[in-house]
Design a protein around this ligand. Structure first.
Ligand SMILES: [Zn+2]
Length: 304
């Protein structure tokens, strides 16, 4: 088996090729999608050239937001794709996010997509299988990215919003439209009684969250309220892991931080670690310096 990072992550056996989160689909090649963030969804998902498979949750969002044509596979069930056996595992990043275990003749590979081993209020409990080869994201693959306790961050966010409203002001929260905004709604529903109002785009995605209770409205009242939106001007706070770099805001992240990535590496028990996205070169180097067989994925094929 061999792998590379070209049209997304590509896995190839003797006669079967699989695309993982490809940029675009290809005729007669199956594409597996890990989650509904736009950088993981093929650009031509409205009219794909080959089969596109994903979890039910991710399919719900892709159909609403991108008008995409996708087929649903059951999480935890085994599917045959050519010479490979494939199984999806929840990875805790956002609603519907899964990683894929690909079992070939020579090796088992697990591709995480974006992963959060701490999990989230709106995602299924993450599960990392034991495999020979781990392909892991490395968005926060530098040691400086260590997030504070995430429950603390949620509590601080809820407290900030409640105080704003008590002062007679609107608490405006800027968060990524897919995934983070819904996590913010869930946090506020859980920890406060505040009325949560959201922008139309945030609402559209939140309605795809089948089986997750999210209470919000789209009509902004005259009274002070919480407003969750993808982009806001003026007086607002930002909720994102990246505020670690800029200061201010609330560092609630959907990704593993550096320790979280190490946690995924250990849980997988993999003999070979391949890194992709973000600080992939650095993270592989760091692992290598500590005796792991690690490399970052690039355009040239790597045999595993
Ligand atoms: Zn993502």
């Amino acid at each position: 088996m061999r792998v590379r990072f070209k049209n997304g992550v590509e896995v190839e056996g003797r006669e079967t090729r699989i695309l993982l989160d490809p940029l675009k689909t290809e005729p007669n090649v199956t594409a597996l999608i890990t989650h509904a963030h736009s950088d993981h969804v093929p650009k031509d998902v409205r009219r794909p050239k080959g089969r596109v498979l994903t979890s039910r949750g991710t399919a719900n969002i892709i159909r609403r937001r991108y008008k995409g044509q996708v087929e649903v596979i059951q999480v935890g069930r085994e599917y045959r794709i050519g010479e490979f056996l494939v199984r999806a595992y929840p990875v805790g990043h956002i609603y519907g996010s899964v990683g894929y275990l690909i079992q070939g003749k020579e090796a088992t590979i697990f591709y995480t997509g974006d992963v959060n081993p701490r999990g989230a209020l709106t995602a299924e409990e993450p599960e990392i299988p034991e495999v020979d080869v781990l392909i892991v994201e490395s968005t926060y693959g530098l040691p400086k990215y260590r997030f504070p306790d995430q429950l603390r961050v949620r509590a601080d966010l809820a407290k900030w919003a409640a105080e704003k409203v008590k002062q007679g002001k609107n608490a405006v929260i800027e968060a990524y439209v897919v995934g983070k905004s819904q996590e913010v709604i869930a946090t506020l529903n859980w920890l406060t009684n505040l009325e949560v109002v959201v922008s139309p785009k945030v609402a559209e995605v939140a309605r795809a969250y089948e089986g997750v209770k999210l209470e919000f409205s789209e009509v902004r009242p005259r009274e002070p309220h919480v407003y969750v939106t993808g982009r806001a001007n003026g007086d607002k706070v930002v909720v994102s892991g990246w505020v670690i770099d800029y200061g201010g805001g609330f560092p609630l992240s959907s990704h593993a931080d550096f320790d979280g990535l190490l946690d995924v590496v250990v849980k997988s028990g993999a003999r070979k670690i391949l890194t992709v996205y973000g600080f992939s070169r650095y993270f592989a180097e760091w692992l290598k310096n500590r005796g792991k067989n690690a490399e970052f994925l690039r355009e040239s094929w790597l045999v595993v």
